[in-house]
Design a protein around this ligand. Structure first.
Ligand code: ATP
Ligand code: MG
Length: 409
């Protein structure tokens, strides 16, 4: 028997049907309507309803409250999490981040509080029709990103919308309406008021996407680029080189580390560390970025590298990304891909099992032989491991002989 796996859309419709059975209005809302109209696959399906949170909870007793103050409830249906939000209008924004309070409202008012016209659409799944209070369908047809209402007001309410505009324009390949664009440029310095974490999340979403070079171009054109992090000062030549590198990365979603590394290639190691810290990137991502960039000169020496050096590069979890970075870096510089080609050629025949074999001798072995642990032992072990990676020593017996000689020196 094969079990039918429901789709995310079917899950959302099941949630909608249940709410409707209780007499509520329930509609698909926001990004999923936009994406479906564009023929794209929505990331997730959100539901908006006139049912108050208490009614929604009654309908779905096991649902989780995720944004109690905003009336957002997460309903799990057919293994999908569907966000159910009560129609609301936002109160005053005083801090450039979030409203002081929200009030439950009508669908029309709910559309008005959303950011861009293309994000302000609803879909009635029963009548099979779009509900458009904000002119979103027209803008979708014209591939135009435009705020709902006055751009200056909408960007002043929530400064994160400045980056969201870039993210959507890049991802969808849309133009930004001139009035919306001029306010983004005007208000770009306000980015500094919002938290580094939120900036980093948007920036990451812009950069990992296949549309990353368009996103970066928008960041430069709007002046937002100069306000991403305090320590990340404007540097037009470096930014232009970054743009070129980004355009040579694969046409698919890539990792956060690779996308940032592609931008940081012309920046000093210490500045990169500071920027990663300012953006609150995780230690893991920051160290992967540094590894990728620090490995570029090493990779460029590919022809002269010993087998051990190649294997040490290959053993890193970001090795496939290093290859992509080397390739993009060479092409962006207007060169042939000779470094990349050499790297591929020199590593092609190295078996996966030979890349990071277990060491023939360990610290414990050396201790039994009477060698005290300490820097000396560390040096011996790594020198021996290089021999092993170079395949000049292949057995434990050979390793012991090598050690004997090394200790006599
Ligand atoms: P994605 O496909 O990237 O998830 P999305 O349009 O679904 O795009 P979300 O961030 O998931 O974007 O938000 C869902 C909807 O909520 C948006 O379409 C928009 O209507 C509204 N929204 C989200 N963030 C904001 C904001 N900062 N200001 C106003 N409306 C917002
Ligand atoms: Mg979404």
């Amino acid at each position: 028997m094969t079990l039918y796996a429901h789709t995310a859309k079917e899950s959302a419709i099941a949630v909608i049907d249940k709410l409707r059975q209780q007499g509520a209005i329930a509609l698909l809302a926001g990004g999923c309507v936009r994406d479906e109209l564009l023929g794209l696959t929505p990331k997730d399906y959100d539901v908006a309803t006139d049912a108050l949170p208490a009614q929604v909870r009654k309908c779905f007793p096991r649902a989780r409250e995720v944004g109690a103050q905003f009336g957002v409830i997460l309903v799990r249906k057919y293994s999908y999490d569907i966000e159910v939000a009560t129609f609301r209008s936002d109160g005053e924004y005083l801090d450039g981040r979030r409203p002081e309070n929200v009030e439950f409202a009508t669908a029309k008012e709910d559309a008005q509080r959303r950011d861009f016209t293309i994000n302000g659409l609803f879909f009635d799944t029963e009548k099979n029709e779009v509900i458009d209070y904000v002119g979103g369908q027209k803008d979708l047809r014209n591939k135009l990103l435009r705020t709902i209402g006055e751009p200056v007001q909408r960007f002043s309410e929530d400064h994160l919308r400045l980056l969201r505009a870039v993210r959507f324009a890049a991802r969808l390949g849309f133009e930004i309406h001139p009035d919306t664009l001029s306010q983004i440029k005007q208000l770009a310095p306000k980015l500094r008021i919002i938290s580094a974490e939120r900036i980093a999340m948007e920036l990451e979403a812009i950069l990992v996407a296949p549309s990353r070079s368009s996103g970066w171009q928008w960041l430069m054109d709007t002046g937002l680029r100069g306000h991403l992090a305090n320590s990340w000062t404007d540097d037009v030549p470096a930014d232009k080189a970054a743009l070129s590198r980004l355009s040579f990365l694969p046409d698919q979603v890539i990792s956060t580390s690779l996308s940032f590394a592609a931008i940081f290639c012309d920046i000093s190691s210490s500045s990169i560390k500071r920027i990663c810290h300012d953006l609150r990137l995780s230690n893991r991502v920051a160290s992967n970025i540094s590894w990728l960039i620090d490995s570029l000169p090493e990779a460029a020496k590919s022809g002269q590298l010993e087998l051990a050096d190649l294997k040490l590069l290959m053993a890193h979890k970001c090795w496939p990304e290093l290859l992509l970075l080397v390739n993009a870096n060479e092409r962006a510089g207007g060169h042939s891909t000779s470094v990349y080609d050499k790297l591929i050629e020199n590593t092609r025949d190295i078996k996966t099992s030979a890349v990071a074999p277990p060491p023939l001798l360990t610290g414990d072995d050396l201790k039994t032989l009477g060698i005290n642990s300490g820097p000396e032992m560390g040096k011996l072990l790594s020198a021996l491991y290089r021999e092993q990676l170079n395949e000049t020593i292949e057995t434990r017996a050979q390793a012991l002989v090598w050690l004997d000689v090394a200790l006599k020196d």
